[in-house]
Design a protein around this ligand. Structure first.
Ligand code: NFE
Ligand code: MG
Length: 504
């Protein structure tokens, strides 16, 4: 039997995402992923002072403003011919890493975790552990007061594979509540380095305006210690528990297996040696990144601008009535190929690259803990597991970056904005490869183009009718109940999509 399932909006993600899937005998045969809202940031930036860019682009998203700000100041650093001093580079790394960690914890506990546990089961606990009894009674009263919607979309109508052990579920509920506190610590950590968050005031071309002091370092250490404990004792073990309970999800959500990383967290001032390297994995082979191979198709996007352009010549002309189009996302391609981006892509590129032995042995350790090989990571659970592992790697590295800060040394350098210039800022956001391209004429922004992680992952079909990575990875997913397609939702959420970013 053939069915069409339409979910709009997809909940527990960021932004306006719709997904239409076709099934045949309960398996997905085709998917269309739809960005449902136009934003217009690339138009807003035209004609403005170049220094507005890192402030305006941070407003693309409240989840990853730090990364948009960093992509923008990297593009401006290149356009102005400047290099931040060591303290400035490290403060940027620390703020960006704090945002990754905050974002990853938020995604697992507050957005996607409820795909795997049936929270209503916590009320059936009959044991005597006083902490669990207290939590159970709290949950019961919340449900009775309707603060937790017991009939909500994640509860009884889901097919049976949810974890229903009340002890495990009470543990997850406790961690859900802890995650709310811990993500606040991660957010505070980022704000320490950038003045405030979201939408940092302190990110500027040439570095960061925040100064390095002993009190800053000590305050950061205290917050970081709490994050590291949570990641090691709670987040990673919970992801491994979910992996053990849902082995089928190492086979579901499999993409083409082609990945892109722009590289991130420079370890030297020239930026030539990032902690997580740049690279392109195609057919299992690692290639060096060629930024000129990036183009954006718009055949199925609501834009009238020319298709297949590089971002340096990119245009964003909305055409909401365009025939045949179905998404506000463009379709970024690398040498014509759709590529998946994100923590999975970053760690697989680093694993193949092999120069960062800390990352390589951490991935091997994770594979041992879950009893899997590298190929299994190309899956729903592989995306969750690499997100958790990346959180640990970055929290550990932050401790070392804090040691490298030198109080009272400069955190930024002077610059002048040329009348004419251009630059590209390539970095990674929590969700994957992020690029900003700036062109300056007459001291003003003549063109500004962003190619964003979720634009890659949730892209519509391209000019050659190739589906985007999420569209591809949904194919083959079993859907037991067309009215509650939880299996497809797990595939979708494993990408941690942010449509606010993707359309921009
Ligand atoms: Ni709106 Fe973002 C990240 C960026 S995603 S969250 O991470 O850039 O496409
Ligand atoms: Mg764009």
């Amino acid at each position: 039997m053939k069915e069409t399932i339409s979910v709009s909006p997809v909940t527990r993600i960021e932004g306006h995402l719709g997904v239409k899937i076709e099934t045949d005998n309960g398996r997905v045969t085709s998917a269309h992923v739809v960005g449902e809202m136009f934003r217009g940031f690339e138009q807003i930036l035209r004609g403005r002072d170049p220094l507005d860019a890192q402030q305006v682009t941070q407003r693309i998203c409240g989840v990853c403003p730090v990364e948009h700000g960093i992509a923008s100041v990297l593009a401006q650093d290149a356009a102005y011919g400047i290099t931040p001093p060591t303290n400035g580079r490290i403060l940027r790394n620390l703020a960006q890493a704090a945002n990754f960690i905050t974002s990853h914890i938020t995604h697992f506990y507050l957005l996607s975790g409820l795909d795997f546990v049936d929270v209503a089961q916590v009320t059936t606990y009959t044991g005597a552990d006083p902490a669990l009894v207290a939590l159970r009674d709290w949950a019961k009263s919340e449900i009775a007061n309707n603060t937790v919607n017991a009939g909500g979309p994640f509860l009884p109508q889901f097919p049976a594979q949810l974890i229903r052990d009340p002890v495990i579920n009470l543990g997850v509920l406790r961690h859900y509540l802890e995650a709310i506190e811990i993500r606040r610590d991660g957010h505070k950590l980022g704000a320490l380095f950038l003045g405030k968050l979201p939408h940092a005031a302190a990110l500027i071309p040439g570095g960061v305006t925040e100064k390095v002091s002993a009190i800053l370092i000590v305050s950061a250490r205290a917050l970081l210690a709490r994050l590291r404990t949570f990641i090691e004792q709670v987040y990673l073990p919970d992801v491994i528990t979910v992996a053990g309970a849902f082995p089928a999800y190492f086979d579901l959500g499999r993409g083409r297996g082609d990945f892109l990383s722009f590289g991130v967290f420079p370890e030297n001032d020239s930026g030539s040696s990032p902690f997580l390297p740049a690279g392109v994995l195609i057919d299992g082979k690692l290639q060096s990144l060629d930024v000129r191979a990036i183009t954006e198709d718009v055949r199925y996007s609501w834009y009238s601008s020319a298709s297949g352009r590089r971002p340096t010549e990119g245009e964003t002309v909305p055409a909401p009535d365009k025939s045949g189009a179905y998404s506000w996302l463009k379709a970024p391609r690398y040498a014509g190929r759709p590529l998946e981006v994100g923590p999975l892509a970053r760690l697989l590129v680093a694993y193949q690259d092999g120069r960062n032995t800390t990352v390589k042995s951490a991935v091997d350790g994770l594979l041992k803990a879950i009893g899997r090989g590298p190929a299994d990571l190309n899956s729903v659970l592989g995306r969750h597991a690499t997100r958790a592992l990346e959180s640990k790697l970055l929290a550990d590295r932050c401790a070392e970056w804090l040691d490298q800060l030198v109080p009272d040394q400069p955190t930024s350098c002077d610059f002048t904005i040329p009348a004419t210039g251009s630059g590209v800022g390539l970095t990674e956001a929590a969700r994957g490869a992020l690029g900003h391209w700036i062109e300056i004429k007459d001291h003003k922004i003549a063109n500004y183009q962003c190619v964003v992680p979720t634009t890659w992952n949730c892209s519509p079909r391209d000019d050659r009718d190739q589906p985007g990575p999420m569209e591809q990875s949904l194919i083959g997913t079993p859907v037991a109940d067309a009215k509650a397609p939880i299996e497809a939702a797990r595939v979708i959420r494993s990408f941690d999509p942010c449509l606010a970013c993707a359309v921009h």
